[in-house]
Design a binder for this molecule. Structure first.
Ligand SMILES: [Zn+2]
Length: 355
């Protein structure tokens, strides 16, 4: 299977911005390891300031695509009204090298979301400088997650996930953290009508080198947005719409202060994400391993993503097998519907031949 939308290189993004019928105010906030400019767009002159950044992990493009819809919305009459109350600083691709390579990491193989204290990379330094000079009231840290997450134990797929990162080891409810929780509770409440029971919450173990944890510990409410999976939408077009909704909802609530009507308890009621999904479950498979032959098994299969030209190829690989799988799947097949062979020689991570 192939997706033509998931790969969003710096070049492709630059072209998309150039094709807009209006010009975005653009500044350069730094340069990547490969000396590519990192762009930011400042919109609005309102009193409440929000800093948003996306594609700090280069292979997580869905939220960046949603930013294009956000730009268009902000150019409309209702969007312009929103900008009377807000000043937004938006960095669509914090990791342009990783975006062009379809890689989570930057060119030095560093995870920029584990570099908030070390500041060892030029991209991390650029974000940190912007954070200090812009002095935001809120931050939106925009990411994409794998298709393996359920919103709660054996729940529906987590199409969106959120986190109010901890500010310290004790996971204290600092004022910044409470605000982030309240805002997420509002977004969750408003989005349930579109994706009932498909919103999850991430584990809040503190890691001072994660950007969200770091900024929260410095007193700025930071919301982690994760674009997740829905049904067979591997292009993540539906998810992109939901992210756009969640962005507008969050920004409106910051502008009008409605999030203050929500509680941390409502945040805690959002189900925690569980790794309960695989991409494909194949029933009635005969499996051969080093230790023997196993008849009528259930084989779970994950897609591994590989960039091929301008597309992302989803390569099916063996994950696990058992008589009755505990895992849920986005697709379920009988062996004769999908396998090209009558028996699978199993090794974890091995590619399998499917129709
Ligand atoms: Zn990420």
């Amino acid at each position: 299977m192939i997706s033509r939308n998931r790969y969003l290189s710096k070049q492709k993004w630059d072209q998309l911005l150039k094709a807009l019928p209006y010009q975005l105010p653009t500044s350069v906030i730094g340069h990547s390891v490969l000396n590519q400019p990192i762009y930011a767009h400042c919109l609005g002159k309102g009193p409440k300031k929000v800093l948003l950044w996306s594609q700090m992990h280069g292979n997580e493009s869905t939220t960046t695509r949603a930013l294009l819809d956000l730009f268009n919305h902000l150019h409309s009459i209702s969007g312009a009204k929103l900008l009377e109350g807000l000043t937004l600083l938006i960095i669509p691709q914090l990791n342009p090298d990783g975006s062009s390579a379809y890689n989570r990491l930057n060119r030095n193989n560093i995870d920029l979301n584990r570099d908030a204290l070390d500041l060892s990379q030029p991209e991390s330094i650029a974000l940190n400088e912007v954070f200090k000079s812009f002095s935001p009231d809120f931050c939106f840290n925009l990411h994409g997650q794998r298709s393996i997450f359920a919103a709660g134990k054996r729940g529906k797929p987590a199409t969106l996930s959120f986190l109010s990162p901890a500010a310290d080891d004790k996971k204290s409810l600092t004022p910044a953290r409470v605000k982030a929780m309240q805002l997420i509770a509002l977004i969750n409440n408003n989005l349930q009508k579109f994706i009932p029971n498909q919103i999850g919450r991430y584990d809040d173990t503190f890691n001072s080198n994660c950007v969200g944890d770091r900024f929260t510990s410095l007193g700025v409410p930071t919301i982690l947005y994760e674009a997740g999976h829905n049904s067979l939408d591997y292009d993540r077009n539906f998810t992109k719409k939901m992210i756009f909704n969640a962005l507008i909802t969050g920004l409106n609530a910051i502008e009008n202060g409605d999030y203050l009507n929500y509680s941390t308890a409502e945040y805690n009621q959002i189900p925690e994400n569980q790794k309960d999904y695989v991409d494909i479950l194949i029933k009635n498979v005969d499996i051969k391993t080093d230790t023997g032959l196993f008849k009528n098994q259930e084989l779970s299969v994950l897609y591994h993503e590989e960039k091929k030209g301008e597309s992302v190829y989803f390569k099916p690989v063996c994950h696990r097998f058992s008589e009755h799988s505990e895992l849920l799947a986005h697709s379920v097949f009988n062996a004769d519907q999908i396998l090209k062979v009558s028996m699978v020689e199993f090794a974890e991570g091995k590619t399998i031949d499917i129709f």
